[in-house]
Write a protein that binds this ligand. Sequence first.
Ligand code: NAP
Length: 316
Amino acid sequence: MAEQNDKDNKTRYDVVIIGGGPAGLTAGLYCSRARLKTLLVEKMLLGGQVMTTTEVENYPGFPGGIAGPELMERMQEHCQEFGLEVQTAQVEKVENDGAVKKVVLDSGVIESRSVIIASGAQPRKLGVPGEQELTGRGVSYCATCDGAFYRNMTVAINGGGDTAVEEALFLTRFASKVYLIHRRDQLRAVSVLQERLHANDKIEVIWNSVIESCEGDNSGLTHLVLKDVNTGSTSKLEVQGVFIAIGVEPKTGFLHGTVDLDDGGYIVTDMQCRTSVPGIFAAGDVRQGVLKQIATAVGAGATAAYEVERYLADLE
Ligand code: NAP
């Protein structure tokens, strides 16, 4: 029995954090610093969506802005200072077994006394003909990643939020012409970005329009079919690239009903980042109804870590 307990203590974590974006890394920093036995699981590169952000200019402490990947590298370094353990793996399931949570990975099962889900969000797909077939051959979801391929070409960006406008501005560094296609006659993006957009001669906004299909040939995307939502008329727009920036959806498919989600698939939590299951917490963009900013994700990561400490103390 003693041997079994010893084995359990060696393999059972106090907390497993799922996701290595700003929320997950902050939770990792706080939990490791609190001397909890902590594991952060990330399926890809650490850093999350910020890794695809060229310039972050609204995270406090960096006047003049900081490149997204550089900010995330600093967060990683900071976690390393406190010895955060990181594993690259895909989480397939989280099982609640009362005081023990089982995090099922593609490479095995990990036991933990608590879990923080910080799996974030991913770009939403348009769902129109040609989109999937031409992804990687003209259709992209990340201007920071793919923009440089479109030097002196004509490109379009779809969406009216902060991401679409930021990416349209970024694309003007390479492309000769950037169309921003938006389904309404008003942008959702913050004013400072709208001002920059309208001041940029390379950008033309196509209002009240949606993409009906992405069309191409063997060489890749050749044009988009647009529909004017007011008149219903369609037109062809010749572009070599289109960037879809119509919002994000939460990465919660692996949860299979373990915690309560809202209709959009976001995790329902209270102010303390507690989910419907005691011992499972959520932080960052994966939570229902939160402002999607690095600053708020960091705050939630810290809150979730603090609540994990309290939860574990109560268990003992
Ligand atoms: P978002 O704010 O949800 O905006 C999505 C845009 O896409 C909206 O303009 C929306 O139109 C449009 N849209 C949605 N579904 C569509 C569809 N099926 N067809 C055509 N258009 C569609 O998404 P986001 O810009 O990716 O931003 C996500 C979050 O991250 C936001 O909270 C944003 O503030 C934040 N963010 C912040 C920064 C920053 O602070 N620097 C940068 C990037 C993102 P409607 O306007 O008509 O709804």
